[in-house]
Write a protein that binds this ligand. Structure first.
Ligand SMILES: [Zn+2]
Length: 426
């Protein structure tokens, strides 16, 4: 059995379901494994049971530094839905089964093995190679990378980083394409406060029912479509895949012509989206509400700010008895589409599968990458290549039952991470 398979199976058997996390067990396992290969390791923990591991192969010079970013926590598994024990780490045929196999103990194990094998070979780059196995990505309560960036910036600051969130192999037209996530959308929730005048429910004529007014606004928001725009990642995607970049209005039809997988990549990236998800008005059945609160889940494109969403929404809804309040200041983030890490990704794809190309894309969700992009300007990509795993099946298994990863993809991941370290830190 290969080293990466063995390490992944041992990681899966440590239950790091978050909450509560208990990631220290995983950090200690990784420390033992890496120290045996001569890699220096440090644990950082805000509370003892939730440690983050940071390992480093120091560079000989002042070349670019690269981090393998990852998280060791996993989401809840309901054993009755699974065909195997979610914390058994079974090897079934050529797949490793268990919670975290895809998200993301597989990449954790591959990162550790890439680092350990380089260390055993006596490899050192010009810049530092760093491995961060962080706690608390799935919930984000401030025990993981967000906290590390604040309290130990020198331990986790690098020029480049490879993280989860990309690497799927899709087919566009008849060309295989490996997606590299160079940017991310970000949720930026808003509260829509609608004002009226309260009153007794028996006399609707003299009150001003905020819930009824809100209903009209919510119905209109259901029709809202932000104007399509061409962001650099979508421009880069079309350049790589077809060589032709359509106008903003033509993005979706052009993607559809390349097939359903291409449409799935492009669709969330043409505009910000707005989804009303929660409503609250009167607490009493017999009191007409004087105000109503609607929660809006808004997903911003990389580079957009909450102000952009607010301006679009106010323009669409026009003046009225309402207010829009941003609940969380956050925007989508991105990294440039060129440079040594991009070259390492593209070169690796060309070497592994000459008929395929690498193309930029953005996660419609988000990962921990935004913390280092925002704090240090780190150029961070989501890329863990998956050649054997069907991207549709993979997407269904993440955070779901029967999560599993093909052994050949784990080995492909180790080869990519070794290649990235040797290319970027050279
Ligand atoms: Zn993850």
């Amino acid at each position: 059995m290969t080293e990466v398979v063995d390490l992944l199976r041992r990681l899966i058997r440590l239950d790091t379901t978050n909450p509560p996390g208990n990631e220290t067990a995983a950090a200690e396992l990784l420390r033992g494994y890496l120290e045996a290969a001569g890699v220096e390791c440090r644990l950082f923990a805000r509370v003892p049971e939730r440690a983050n591991l940071v390992a480093r192969i120091p560079g000989r010079g002042d070349g670019p530094s690269l981090a393998f970013l990852s998280h060791t926590d996993v989401v809840l598994a309901t054993p009755s839905e699974w065909q195997r024990d979610p914390f058994g780490g079974d090897l079934v045929g050529d797949e490793v089964w268990g919670r975290g196999a895809l998200d993301m103990k597989g990449e954790v194990a591959a990162s550790a093995v890439a680092m350990a094998t380089l260390a055993r070979e006596g490899w050192r780059g010009s810049g530092d190679l760093v491995f961060v196995a962080a706690a608390d990505e799935e919930v984000g309560d401030g025990f993981g990378l967000q906290w590390l960036v604040e309290v130990a910036p020198d331990a986790v600051r690098t020029d480049y980083a490879v993280n989860e969130g990309g690497g799927e192999r899709i087919v566009c037209g008849d060309r295989p394409v490996y997606l590299c996530s160079t940017g991310e959308k970000m949720s930026s929730p808003f509260r829509l406060l609608v004002y009226g005048r309260s009153g007794h429910a028996s006399l609707p004529g003299i009150a001003d029912n905020a819930l009824v007014k809100a209903a009209g606004l919510v119905a209109r928001l259901g029709e809202f479509r932000a104007a399509p725009q061409l962001i650099p990642e979508v421009d880069g995607f079309f350049r790589a895949v077809s060589g032709e970049v359509p106008a903003p209005d033509e993005l979706l039809p052009a993607a559809a012509r390349l097939g359903p997988a291409a449409l799935e990549v492009v669709e969330p990236l043409v505009a910000l989206t707005v989804s009303p998800t929660k409503a609250h008005a009167s607490d009493k059945r017999n009191v007409i509400p004087g105000s109503c609160e609607i929660t809006l889940d808004i997903r911003l494109l990389p580079g957009q700010k909450p102000e952009d969403a607010e301006a679009e929404l106010r323009g669409f809804l026009g003046p009225g008895d309402y207010d829009l309040v941003n609940l969380e200041r956050s925007g989508g983030t991105r990294s440039p589409l060129d440079g040594p890490l991009w070259d390492a990704v593209a070169g690796f794809v060309e070497q592994e599968e000459p008929a395929a190309v690498a193309a930029p894309a953005c996660c419609p969700g988000f990962t921990d990458s935004h913390w280092v992009r925002e704090a240090f300007g780190t150029i961070a990509y989501g890329f863990f290549p998956a050649r054997a795993m069907d991207p549709e099946v993979g997407a269904r298994l993440v955070h779901s039952a029967d999560e599993r990863v093909p052994v050949s993809d784990l080995e492909l991941g180790v080869r990519f991470l070794r290649h990235a370290a040797q290319a970027v830190c050279a």
